[in-house]
Design a protein around this ligand. Structure first.
Ligand SMILES: Cc1ncc(COP(=O)(O)O)c(C=O)c1O
Length: 285
């Protein structure tokens, strides 16, 4: 206990935070493992899933040489982290139905393509990506396939964490920031093969999850019933809001959502037709 030069008197708080936290967060991972059914050695915890995204670039991409594929419109951090890490981004737009353009993705891959980011349910479109299409990429692409499931608790489609044993190149991202209501704690999960998880653990900052976060998340996991109630309520309200939006004159299309948000198209009546466009609003409760 003397090797890290901490303060042996304690902390000026009711709880003691004078010791550095467990760098591998084993107690918390054990509790997560009981809920997710994924072994501890296949689980990485990050300071938000954003940390896992950044570490994946650092682990698998050579700056100035390698590239990754992203599928816009999608979550912004894939591009932000690529820029920070000097990794080329190749963008293959989703099809008009917001599904994968498998042909164009295949054309964009070369020997320096190291990661493909698939967000499902996708932010900002809200839909899940077809399972068979993700499986096609997992089977045919030899690099890392990230399936970002930040909104999976709200989805009709089931998670990919059951497929981890089948695909060594699969990384599933989940987070405590959405359904679990713990965005302020900054806690994200990456599930993958042992080989990938070992690399992430090797290159992460040693104490990336602070003790307060580990303690609070551990307590929160005991309240899973509350979280499940919120998920059900959110899904019911999502369906209700979709119907209400559809009934509005200025809304021309409400897209099917598998997330806790809804994408809608507005249309301003001009003469006999509509001038269609996106709402310029992000509505928050
Ligand atoms: C698709 C997606 N992935 C990841 C995140 C970030 O998660 P975290 O708070 O765990 O960093 C978000 C947040 O909005 C998101 O929409």
């Amino acid at each position: 206990f003397l090797d890290a030069n901490e303060n042996s008197y304690g902390s000026p708080l009711p709880a003691n935070y004078n010791r550095y936290p467990d760098p591998l967060q084993l107690d918390l991972k054990d509790a997560i493992s009981k809920i997710k059914g994924v072994p501890i050695e296949n689980t990485f915890l990050g300071n938000g899933s954003d940390e896992a995204i950044d570490l994946l670039y650092r682990a698998f991409c050579n700056p100035g040489k390698d590239n990754v594929i992203i599928l816009p419109p999608t979550y912004g951090m894939y591009e932000v982290s690529a820029n920070i890490n000097d990794v080329e981004i190749r963008k293959v737009s989703l099809l008009p139905n917001f599904q994968l353009d498998l042909e164009k993705i295949a054309e964009s891959i070369d020997k320096n393509t190291k990661i493909i980011f698939i967000c499902s349910p996708n932010n900002p479109t809200g839909n899940s990506i077809n399972r068979e299409d993700i499986e096609t990429i997992l089977t045919n692409f030899k690099g890392i396939v990230v399936v970002d499931e930040a909104y999976i608790n709200y989805a009709r489609q089931k998670t990919f964490i059951q497929e981890l044993t089948e695909y060594g190149n699969l990384v599933v991202l989940q987070t405590f920031s959405k359904a679990w209501g713990l965005a302020a704690l900054r806690l994200g999960m990456a599930f993958s093969s042992r080989k990938v998880i070992d690399v992430l653990n090797k290159i992460k900052p040693p104490y990336n999850i602070n003790q307060a976060t580990q303690d609070l998340a551990f307590e929160a996991l005991k309240n899973i019933d509350q979280v499940n109630t919120w998920i059900k309520e959110t899904v019911t309200e999502r369906e209700r809001l979709s119907i209400e939006l559809n009934a509005l004159n200025i809304v021309t299309k409400v897209y099917l959502s598998d997330a806790n948000f809804i994408l809608a198209r507005n249309g301003l009546r001009i003469g006999n037709g509509y001038q269609s466009g996106w709402f310029g609003y992000i509505i928050k409760s």
